[in-house]
Design a protein around this ligand. Structure first.
Ligand SMILES: C[S@@+](CC[C@H](N)C(=O)[O-])C[C@H]1O[C@@H](n2cnc3c(N)ncnc32)[C@H](O)[C@@H]1O
Length: 256
């Protein structure tokens, strides 16, 4: 895998997007076209993504699978199931990727517990899909980025335009905009991609850029997402969904 200049990186993503219909197809296409050899997936769940990527990408020689597969105290997200369920997901992930057992390496633990079993600069690509709270994305980006070699990529899921991707009884999702701030801090170009995906390119130039290939990330500040008006609308929408529908209709009528 060589080092790509920014323009050809944009072209690479565009080419992968036109050859794919789903999130997994896109990343498989990307891994093949960028000739990724060593990668990590952080947050593996039942192993469906891992199995499909390993199936579709013969170029991969090493696929690290990082996940604690246990209940995590303080992780307030819907995926935080009890130990028995997560243990059964571990068994599923193992069984689904057994066909590639000589290429996969299972690292069972939180990012902080296992990531240093991977050498700095060892990876061509990392895919972050674990804890998407502010705490989680901060830890994952800071601890995984050094594992990527210069010229490599760091991508991930849940680059959602809204931080309230789940009900407000859960912790907000901060992959966006935090990953953009992180890219600026380390001097990398970050690309937004369809299906709420993102990818950072780690290059020697160390210049920051944000290329919005998904075309929906015009504002990377937080304020617009937490104004009292917005919070009230979200609160009413969750508690009284019918009322919100009624307000919308009234607004349509008033605005003609
Ligand atoms: C959304 S699921 C991953 C889905 C999977 N990547 C896929 O596409 O099929 C999130 C996973 O992150 C894991 N996770 C949560 N906190 C983590 C942490 N601190 N370190 C690593 N993995 C974590 C959870 O155990 C869960 O399996």
């Amino acid at each position: 895998m060589g080092t790509l200049a920014d323009e050809s990186t944009g072209q690479l993503f565009t080419s992968c997007l036109s050859a794919s219909k789903s999130r997994t197809e896109f990343w498989a296409e990307f891994i093949r076209q960028a000739e990724i050899k060593r990668m990590v997936e952080v947050g593996v769940w039942k192993g469906d993504f891992a199995a499909e990527i390993l199936q579709r990408c013969d170029c991969l020689t090493k696929y690290y699978m990082v996940d604690p597969w246990r209940h995590l105290a303080g992780w307030n997200k819907p995926a935080n199931q009890d130990d028995a369920i997560l243990d059964s997901f571990y068994e599923m992930a193992k069984a689904k990727t057994d066909f590639a057992r000589n290429r996969r390496v299972i690292l069972r633990g939180k990012t902080t517990e296992v990531i240093d079993q991977i050498e700095d600069g060892e990876l061509d690509f990392a895919y972050l899909d674990g804890d998407h709270t502010l705490k989680g994305v901060t830890i994952d980006l800071i601890r995984v980025y050094p594992k990527i070699r210069t010229g490599g990529f760091l991508g991930g899921d849940d680059f959602s335009r809204t931080i309230w991707s789940h009900n407000t009884s859960f912790e907000p999702t901060l992959v966006f905009p935090f990953a953009v701030y992180f890219a600026e801090a380390v001097g990398a170009t970050i690309y937004s991609l369809p299906n709420i995906q993102f990818c950072l390119h780690k290059t020697e130039q160390r210049t920051f850029g944000f290329v919005d290939l998904a075309g929906q990330y015009d504002d990377s500040t937080l304020r617009g997402q937490v104004t009292p008006e917005k919070m009230l609308r979200i609160f009413l929408g969750e508690r009284f969904p019918h009322l919100l529908g009624l307000f919308r209709k009234i607004r349509q009528v008033v605005s003609g």
